[in-house]
Design a binder for this molecule. Structure first.
Ligand code: GDP
Length: 196
């Protein structure tokens, strides 16, 4: 799987408009400002791939990027923007909730959480949508460079333990786009999902 081959394919604002399920999809989700765009750009080696999709408080889109036709990288709209209108929040719930709960071709979800405050209420909500299908979740504890080595390890253990109670089929790692740490572990997980 060549993450560097990522090329924009399609945007949808409604689950009715999703392309017919085909190649396996790896979706990226996370609270706004968790470092999702940076992680996508770091993992694909493309500086601005994901930044076009930032739409705080506006129409929310699911963006599909093709990976050499072998798989899709799917950028889900961020959540938890301050002061977002209720109708936008509702739209996110329907769009993302349906996608993660029902999408047949979804191979796994990479969930970004700021290492300084993991497992927010909206992260819980997303995990609850995923739980019934038991689809795999891989958490990136982002911006790990902002923590000391010791604090990062403590957060890793605590999040692993908290997460295992919410979603059995889950894994978690430290990640830093700034320091380029955790890239090979994340890439290996994505490749494993797409291969299975
Ligand atoms: P998104 O809203 O989830 O897409 O988050 P962004 O990728 O835009 O990142 C939000 C903020 O966190 C930006 O100011 C980034 O520069 C910063 N950021 C992202 N990743 C890292 C990281 O690995 N280390 C540090 N120190 N800052 C980061």
């Amino acid at each position: 799987l060549n993450l560097a081959s990522a090329a924009f394919a399609i945007s949808v604002h409604d689950t009715e408009l999703l392309p017919a399920p085909g190649a396996p999809e790896v979706a990226f989700a996370g609270r706004s400002n968790a470092g999702k765009s940076s992680a996508i750009n770091t993992l694909t080696g493309r500086r601005r791939l994901a930044f076009a999709s930032k739409t705080p408080g506006r129409t929310q889109l699911i963006n599909f990027f093709t990976l050499d036709g072998a798989a899709y990288l799917v950028d889900l709209p961020g959540y938890g923007y301050a002061g977002v209108p209720l109708e936008v929040r509702k739209h996110w719930e329907v769009l993302v909730g349906r996608y993660v709960a029902e999408r047949e071709s979804l191979a796994g979800v990479v969930l970004m959480m700021d290492a300084r405050h993991p497992l927010t209420p909206l992260d819980h909500e997303l995990l609850a949508w995923l739980a019934p299908s038991n689809r795999p979740v891989h958490v990136l504890l982002t911006k790990s460079d902002k923590l000391s080595k010791q604090a990062a390890q403590r957060t890793l253990q605590q999040t692993r333990s908290g997460l295992s109670k919410l979603h059995g089929n889950s894994t978690v790692q430290l990640f830093s786009s700034l320091k380029r740490e955790g890239l090979s572990e994340a890439t290996a997980k994505i490749t494993e999902w797409v291969r299975d």
